[in-house]
Design a protein around this ligand. Structure first.
Ligand SMILES: Cc1cc2nc3c(=O)[nH]c(=O)nc-3n(C[C@H](O)[C@H](O)[C@H](O)COP(=O)(O)OP(=O)(O)OC[C@H]3O[C@@H](n4cnc5c(N)ncnc54)[C@H](O)[C@@H]3O)c2cc1C
Length: 305
């Protein structure tokens, strides 16, 4: 119930306007968001790198409504790629196609992301295209396949698969046959039963099934989850199949299960932390509350401090 409520609230434009402009909202968002500026995101990245963990930086924002906004979002990612190289950070970037203008004009998004992938190629970096709600699944996958097929782009751009979607097994097969790097997650949006498994046990079982297909592929993938059972299943499979620890990475969100992040590094596994930053933190923040009721109590407690 709470999950559905918070996902619904995450789509409210009115609440978003109020929250993003209130100092209380900003203060609370800091639990999961590194700050509002590039400098704050880079400082958080350097701190995470010090712990032996990689980073993927995400400039928060989705569904831009005009070309100018889309171009500014892309410009900010160019700045991030330059700074990552100049500061020798162990970091790449994650972006959403709707933030690059997909809803305004698909050509605009294509130009923007092609430019970023070309930049990442020059600086030996990597661009991950996040996965959004199901109206965008096919378009996003087509986009990544097309971009990845261009000369020199192999290994420079990757996709995300959500284990709650019934279609994902086929999508993983297609991505693997093109040797495209995948981030596997459970999925963060509200999807209908005809498209997505609704029971946690089914989503988890599909996660494990897809993880096994991915780890056997010999392509470098990311297992994005905070679920200890998914992590244990991945470790057990990697050990049983003799998949070397350096041939894939675990990924977790900034501010969530730091204890587990550090434990995995101590145990010799690779870890990448997804660091979001920016002024448009509201939908991201609300999706994190939707995932765990205890986070709502944390926020309520802070309101009365
Ligand atoms: C690096 C990364 C990138 C992602 N990219 C995408 C994407 O592109 N598209 C997309 O749809 N989704 C994305 N997600 C979100 C993902 O789909 C899930 O919504 C989210 O990770 C929660 O699922 P879980 O695997 O942690 O398991 P769950 O079953 O939700 O949680 C398992 C356990 O993890 C801990 N936990 C989970 N969430 C939280 C939280 N918010 N606060 C505190 N503890 C928590 C709790 O202990 C919980 O019991 C991403 C997640 C990660 C880690």
């Amino acid at each position: 119930m709470l999950r559905v409520l918070f996902i619904w609230l995450s789509e409210s434009k009115r609440l978003r306007r109020i929250a993003e402009h209130s100092s209380m909202g900003r203060k609370n968002s800091r639990r999961f968001v590194a700050g509002e500026t590039v400098e704050e995101a880079l400082a958080a990245t350097a701190a995470v790198n010090q712990l032996g963990q990689g980073v993927s930086i995400d400039n928060l924002g989705e569904n831009v409504t005009n070309a100018q906004e889309a171009r500014s979002s892309a410009a900010l990612y160019h700045q991030l790629l330059d700074e990552m190289a100049a500061r020798k950070l162990d970091a790449n970037v994650s972006l959403k196609l709707t933030h690059m203008g997909l809803d305004v004009d698909p050509k605009l998004a294509e130009e923007a992301v092609s430019g970023l992938v070309a930049h990442a190629k020059r600086t030996q970096n990597f661009v991950r295209v996040d996965m959004e709600g199901s109206p965008y699944t096919q378009r996003t996958l087509d986009f990544v396949h097309k971009l990845h097929a261009e000369p020199g782009n192999q290994g420079v751009v990757g996709a995300v698969i959500q284990s709650y979607l019934r279609r994902s097994e086929q999508d993983v097969e297609d991505l693997l046959s093109a040797r495209i790097r995948i981030r596997l997650c459970k999925g963060a949006y509200k999807e209908p039963p005809e498209l997505a498994f609704q029971k946690k046990s089914e989503v988890d079982a599909n996660y494990v099934r897809l993880m096994k297909m991915m780890l056997k592929s010999g392509v470098y993938h990311g297992m994005a989850t905070h679920d200890e059972r998914m992590i244990q299943a991945t470790i057990a499979f990697a050990r049983a199949e003799k998949v070397p620890p350096e041939s894939f990475e675990f990924q977790m969100l900034y501010g969530i299960r730091r204890d587990l992040q550090q434990q995995l590094v101590r145990d010799g596994w690779r870890m990448r932390v997804y660091i979001p930053f920016g002024t448009e933190w509201y939908p991201y923040f609300m999706r994190r509350l939707a995932e765990r009721p205890a986070n709502v109590f944390f926020v309520l407690k802070n309101l009365f401090r």
